[in-house]
Write a protein that binds this ligand. Sequence first.
Ligand code: M6R
Length: 606
Amino acid sequence: MCGIIGISSSKPVVNNIISSLKKLEYRGYDSAGIATFSDKFIDEVKCEGRVGKLEKIVSKKSLKGIVGIGHVRWATHGVPNEINAHPHSSDRVSVVHNGIIENSTILKKILEKKGYQFKSQTDTEVITILLTENLKNNKLLVAVQKTLEKLHGSYALAILCKDNPDLIVGARRGSPLAVGYGHNENYLGSDSYALKSMTNKISYLDDGDICILKKDSAEFYNSKGKKINKKILTMSETEDNYDKGDFKTFMQKEIFEQPNSVKSCINEYVDHLRDDINIYNFPWDITKIDSVVLIGCGTAYHACMVAKYWIEELTSLEVAIDIASEFRYKRNKFKNNCIYIFVSQSGETADTFAALELCKKNKMKTLSVVNVVESSIARNSNFVLPIHCGAEICVASTKAFLGQMLVLYVLILKISSLRGDIKKKDYEAKIKLLKKLPEAIRNTLSTESEMEEISDIFSEAKGSMFLGRGYSYPIAMEGALKLKELCYVHAEGYPAGEMKHGPLALIESGMPVVIIAPRDKYYEKTLSNMQEVIARGAKVLFISNKSKDEISSDNVWKKIEVEKTSDELLPFLLTIPLQLLAFYAAKNKGYDIDKPRNLAKSVTVE
Ligand code: M6R
C-alpha cells in the first residue's frame, strides 16, 4: 500500500507533491511526509494523519525545493506516528518506500553493529542506512544497486541524495512504479493516477529496474545494470471524477452512480440492435477450453463466487475459485485448456498480481477484469475486460462490485453461447433482461430510507449475521464485509443451510440477522433456516424480491423487497440494500465512511 510521488523540476515542487499525495491517499492515510532539496539541505516535513494536516504544516514553512519526494503511509512495520512516517532520512539520503523488506531485522542488526542508530520502527529505515553505508565507497548508481541486492521482499522506492541534488532515484521490485514526462519536469509515481493531472505520457518500471530521473531526462537500468530504453505510453485523456457532487461522501455517491455505471458497462459490451454480446479480439478458441479459475481478494473474490454459480448454471465448463493470497502459495495443478481470470478493481492488489505472475510463469492463459486499465494486472494479462465504472474512491467497494459481476456475467453468457451451451432464444432473452438492469437498480435504490431507519440496530449490535443460499450466499458475504469494514461491527456472512452445524450457537436474543431469500429455488429452504434463527431470538431483517405473493414472514422484524428480475440477475439488486445498510450504520456512528480505519483502497502489500 502506501503512495509515492517524486518530482524533479525547474520550479518549486511542494504544491504539486501535496496535490498528488491527496490523490494517492486511497493507498494509505495513516501518516504522510515530504522532503525537498533546498540549498544543499534536505527539508523534511512529516506527520501522523492525513495529507490535509501535512499541507497545513507545510504551508507554515517555506519549502522552495525544485526536486522532492512525498509519501502517504499504510503502516506495516511500526505504529502510525510522525517518526515512522516516510521519508526516512540520513545525513546523505532521503527515502520513501512502498512494500515490505522481509529481512529488515537481520540487516538492522548488521548495521547496528557497524555503529548506526535507528530512529524508527520501520523496515524502510534499513534501506536509508544501508544506502548511506554503500555511498561511502561507491558512486550513486552502484551504491543503489549494492543496496537493492541485499533486500528481500518488495519495494517501490523514490530516493533523494544530497550529493546529487538535481535527481531522484526510482527503483522497483514487486511494487509498481511509474515515470511521467512533463515540460521541463519529470515525475515518479506509485501509479499513473497520481500523475494524471500533470502528464499523460508515462513509462512503467519492471521488476529489478532502476531509474535516474532529472527534470529533462529519465535513464533506466535493468536488474543486470544494463542501460535500457522504455516505451512511453499515452494515457487516456478522461479525467477521473474526484468530486463528491451533491453527496457528502464518495460512498453514497458511488452507490447512487450504480444505475449509470452499470448502464455504461452494458453499453460497452451489449449490442443493442442484435441482442448480442460483443467481446472483440478474444484470444482463445473457447470451444477448446475445459475450465476456468477465478481469483481475487475481498469484494472482488465475492464477485468470483457469484460467477462460479453462473458458470455452473450456464456453461459446461469446470470452474474453481480461489482467494489470491491462498492461490499464490499453494500447489496448483496448472492446466493448458484453462483460462485464469483475475478480478480486481484497482488492478494493483499485490496478492492478485502475484497469482497472475505465477500463472504467467507457468505459461497459462490469463484474463483480467479490472477497473483501472493502466494497472499492473491489466498490463500483464493476455486479455483485459474493463468494468467501465469510473474511478471508485471510497475504500469500500460498491459500484466496482456490480461492475465486476456484470463483466463476468456478460463473459459467461457469451462463452455459453459460443460453446452452444445455451439456446439462441434463451441467450437473447437474457440479454433483453440485462438491458433492464440499470432501471431495476435505480428502483431498488429507493430502499434507502428504510435502510437508514433500520441501520441503528446494526450500529449498536455486538455482532450480526448475514445468511443466504445459492447466489445469495456470496451476497451475504459481501453484506457482512461491508458492515465490518465500515461500521467496525462483527458480521458473519454464512450459507444459511450451514447454521445448524455450529454458528447457530452464536444467536442470542436481539441479535440482528439479515436473511437474503429471494423467491428462487432456495426460497422455502431459506425460510426454514430463518425460522430456526428466529426461534433462538434473532431480530430478522428479511430481504427478498417483489412478487404478487405475500412473503410468509411470521415473526420477521423488517422486510425489504428489491425489484423483480431473473434469479441470475438478483445478486445485483440484493447487494444494494446491504450497501445502504453498511453506509448508514457507519454514518450513525460518525465514522469516516470513505476512509475506514486500518484500511487502504489499493492493497499493494501481501
Ligand atoms: O482492487 P481490488 O479489487 O483487487 O481490491 C480487492 C480488495 O482489497 C477490496 O475489494 C476490499 O475487499 C474492499 N475494500 C471491500 O470493500
